[in-house]
Design a protein around this ligand. Structure first.
Ligand SMILES: [Zn+2]
Length: 85
């Protein structure tokens, strides 16, 4: 895998390339995107490539104006009017 750092910028731990679910929020809408990211074996910090960051920004921008043709994948629930904890 290219573009992913080998060393964690947070703790210096070993970073491994993995597929992770990135939750992209745009106001009240959320999209779960499967992306390749580096995950630190030590502190679990996720490191995304420049391309992934750009893709996330693109999706966030798109979501502001329209709901793209996405498949719903479960629901996100909220406790109305109060904090859950
Ligand atoms: Zn780390």
């Amino acid at each position: 895998m290219t573009g992913i750092v080998k060393k964690c910028p947070m703790c210096g731990g070993k970073v491994e390339g993995k597929k992770v679910d990135k939750i992209i929020d745009a106001g009240r809408d959320f999209v779960i995107l499967e992306v390749n990211a580096g995950v630190c074996e030590h502190c679990s910090e996720k490191i995304y490539t420049k391309e992934t960051h750009e893709k996330i920004r693109e999706i966030r921008k798109e979501l502001k104006y329209k709901i793209p043709e996405l498949e719903p994948s479960g629901h996100i629930y909220m406790y109305p009017g109060k904090a859950a904890v």
